[in-house]
Design a protein around this ligand. Structure first.
Ligand code: ZN
Length: 370
């Protein structure tokens, strides 16, 4: 993770960079922020920066040995402690390292709730158990293998067992050389005051709507979709990513079913579809038409150049693998023209029901063309 991977939060990044430039790197730093905020990403980017072998002015290089290993979370001097549940054959963070790497690989904006779902904790209690204290002491008493610093990232220290917390406190009182503790917390209310007094606290504010929008657009959402999701997410990037995925899934299912009914030429169903489209918001109608256009284009490409020519994965790819037989050089122009026209009609507030019925009837005829 590099600072440049994190949208916005410029002032937070600058605070950390200043600390480094003035030789004031705190050996214990607390990143405090709300669910779906940038606090964990920021701790990862900061740890990468401190250990980078070829630091740039405002970021790690992203290419050196240390950066690569930090990026994959496999650097031997990088340690993690996070809440887990204890089962017959598994206990403590080290036993969950594989799941943890996969979890962070998906997103470093997820919440504690997401984590408990990810490791299928069900109703079992997740916390940082007492043995973690011993593990931490053990890991940190070793010399750094290759990094500049040994780094311990503690995610959600507020969920630490009190004995584990006391072990941490002991190390904080007499910190080993070249060791940094980065704690990432949602709430300091439940943390030991003695630990807090030994850490430097950094507030990571929630993302602004503007920042969420920018991030989503980089993920491929249209400006309209991104604005709509950002409004609902209220600065929670984890939530924003979930919402945009849901919106994507809905569109996928809807487009697939609609095209199937067009092919069947069931007029009564097509009238129902047009009514359903009419109930969507204007932004959703536009997003749907744009999505349909993308799937039609990708199907055409798939037909002529195969999988290597397209950018879809999972469900999208599945769909195109079946749908491509219906899109060919005799109808592609007409589809593209009609979908583009529909998009413009929606923008000009045309009657959506009539417009979608018209698009359904055209699609019906073109899909059945040999
Ligand atoms: Zn580097």
């Amino acid at each position: 993770m590099q600072f440049s991977d994190i949208i916005g939060l410029t002032e937070v990044k600058q605070t950390l960079l200043n600390a480094y430039q003035r030789n004031h790197v705190a050996h214990a730093q607390l990143f405090l922020g709300k669910d779906g905020g940038g606090q964990l990403s920021m701790a990862l980017a900061y740890a990468t920066f401190l250990n980078c072998e070829n630091k740039q002015t405002a970021d790690s290089c992203g290419k050196c040995n240390a950066c690569q290993k930090y990026n994959k979370l496999i650097h031997p001097d990088l340690h993690f402690v996070f809440p887990t549940f204890t089962s017959k054959d598994k206990a403590g963070s080290e036993a969950y390292l594989k799941e943890w790497r996969n979890f962070l690989g998906e997103s470093s904006y997820s919440s504690f709730y997401d984590w408990t779902k990810f490791i299928e904790a069900d109703n079992k209690q997740c916390l940082i158990p007492v043995q973690e204290g011993r593990n931490i002491i053990q890991n940190l008493s070793l010399k750094a293998y290759e990094g500049q610093y040994k780094t311990l990232i503690i995610w959600l220290p507020e969920l630490m067992n009190v004995n584990a917390a006391n072990a941490i406190l002991k190390i904080l009182e007499e910190p080993p050389e070249k060791t940094i503790f980065l704690m990432v917390s949602n709430s300091v209310d439940r943390m030991l005051a003695t630990i807090l007094s030994r850490t430097q606290m950094l507030n990571v504010r929630p993302f602004t709507d503007e920042e969420v929008r920018e991030y989503l657009e980089k993920q491929g959402l249209t400006p309209e979709q991104a604005a709509q999701v950002a409004l609902l997410a209220e600065g929670n990037l984890g939530e924003a990513l979930r919402l945009s995925q849901d919106a994507q899934d809905d569109k996928q299912v809807m487009f697939r079913d609609w095209m199937r009914d067009c092919y069947r030429a069931d007029l009564a169903l097509l009238v129902k579809w047009s009514e359903k489209f009419g109930t969507l918001t204007k932004e959703n109608q536009k997003a749907f038409v744009q999505y349909g256009l993308t799937m039609i284009r990708e199907s055409f490409l798939y037909r002529y150049v195969g999988e290597k020519g397209i950018h879809l994965e999972n469900e999208g790819l599945n769909f195109v693998q079946k749908f491509h037989v219906f899109i060919h050089e005799r109808n592609i122009d007409r589809f593209v023209l009609a979908f583009n026209e529909s998009y413009r009609h929606i923008e000009r507030n045309a009657n959506a029901k009539i417009m979608f019925l018209d698009l359904s009837l055209k699609s019906m005829a073109w899909l059945r063309e040999k």
